[in-house]
Write a protein that binds this ligand. Structure first.
Ligand SMILES: [Fe+2]
Length: 125
């Protein structure tokens, strides 16, 4: 299964997404970027772990059992689905619903990125 790695600069907040290889030597603002470990931020899991609802040949991904806020200073920046065959990413903005629809790909992984609480993921069954 393909894995999405996300690195973040702890100074300026820049993120880099890697689909192949690793970013162990990525630097920004003069220091190493930090790899974000999904589902480990000290934040409410029920507002961040993606919830996947299968609808025929599609899946509806909702960020959070309890919908995540979509405020200007705290929101889900993107939702992505990564599989061996494809990568699909939906960019969101404040005021949008924290949701995205993708084709159903068994074994894929869905990721969500919160601007305050980093990376979250859930496997597609
Ligand atoms: Fe958050």
């Amino acid at each position: 299964m393909s894995e999405l790695k996300v690195y973040k600069c702890t100074i300026c907040g820049t993120t880099v997404e890697i689909l192949n290889g690793n970013g162990s030597s990525l630097t920004c603002c003069g220091q190493n970027m930090v790899e974000l470990k999904a589902n480990t931020a000290d934040a409410a899991a029920e507002k961040h772990v993606p919830v996947i609802e299968k609808e025929g040949d599609k899946i509806l991904v909702k960020v959070g059992e309890v919908p995540h806020p979509m405020d200007p200073d705290h929101y889900i920046v993107w939702i992505a689905m990564v599989s061996d065959e494809k990568v699909v990413k939906v960019n969101l903005k404040p005021g949008d619903k924290p949701e995205a629809t993708f084709c159903y790909v068994p074994g894929a992984t869905v990721y969500a990125y919160c601007n305050k609480h980093n990376l979250w993921k859930k496997d597609v069954e």
